[in-house]
Design a protein around this ligand. Sequence first.
Ligand code: ATP
Ligand code: MG
Ligand code: FE
Length: 334
Amino acid sequence: VLILGVESSCDETSAAVLRNGQELLSHIISSQISTHQKYGGVVPEIASREHLLHFRGVVRQTLTEAGVNFSDLSGIAVTYGPGLVGSLLVGVAGAKAMAYAAGLPLIGINHLEGHIYANFLNTPDLTFPLLALLVSGGHTHLVYFEGHGHFQVLGHTRDDAAGEALDKIARALGLGYPGGPQIQKASLSGNPHAFEFPRAMLEPGSLDFSFSGMKSAVLNTLNSARMKGVELSVPDLAASFQQAVVDVLVRKALLALERTGAKTLVLAGGVAANALLRERLTAELLTKEIRFVYPPPILCTDNGAMIATAGYYHYLVRDFAPWNLNAIPGLNLV
Ligand code: ATP
Ligand code: MG
Ligand code: FE
């Protein structure tokens, strides 16, 4: 089975050719980060224009590097939501056109499911039930999987996503975009206990998240010091904030593992690339006989390989999309 996966939900135009759900024959990620950096975040109108410029080239190069033609493929998988509507439309329209012209099945993939399926690319022997902690730029979800396509969202953020909070604080600290990697870098030379920011745990036993209080606490600390003419240490602020975010994520993940009895935890989404989060969970799970799996950093942020992987599992059960598949910007996991 040979799947072409394409992703264009935000600011990465990406494609991959995947054989039998395991072997990446090629994978190209064209990132627009440098284009958006000067605005301090993704500008939707610019993002969709950039996708238009790069989409055909990325797909062509991906097929060339894999050494395959459209006629060799089994199906084309594409992200149809959630994301920026203009960005999504480029991928959806492109994938539809290619699939229709080549007589191939079209496979519509939920971007969030794609993030989680990045784990199946490297670890095909994953067993169910498993718990996924999805921490990305726009989402923070705890998802319980009983099997392929059978999942249940146990909790989610009530305000900011973890990545969103990291991006906003990085911006306030003058660290630039995207913020997560910058916070991680600045933290290396900071003291994670310099400031004690609040960890919102919500009602006892809740598997939901809230990061806005923590974010406000950092901003208030920063602003009140500035008003007094005091400049606080950016590395200390970054390290203390990162510590607080990771604390909450780890505690909620452990609670969900206890609650469900799942013996496997997979990490997914851009924030899954965070070294402290990986280290802390590794340490916590070592003694608990829970298998802990996470993708390499390049497969944590947006990419076509994860869409191809999710596409492979949909292909196996012939879960194909109709020709009127549309972009759904607010698509969620249900
Ligand atoms: P979503 O997947 O929810 O639609 P998105 O696609 O924009 O949102 P991703 O690409 O999955 O988000 O992840 C991007 C996020 O990951 C950004 O918020 C970024 O700051 C964060 N991130 C990337 N690398 C790291 C890291 N090393 N540490 C912490 N956060 C990181
Ligand atoms: Mg991105
Ligand atoms: Fe994403």
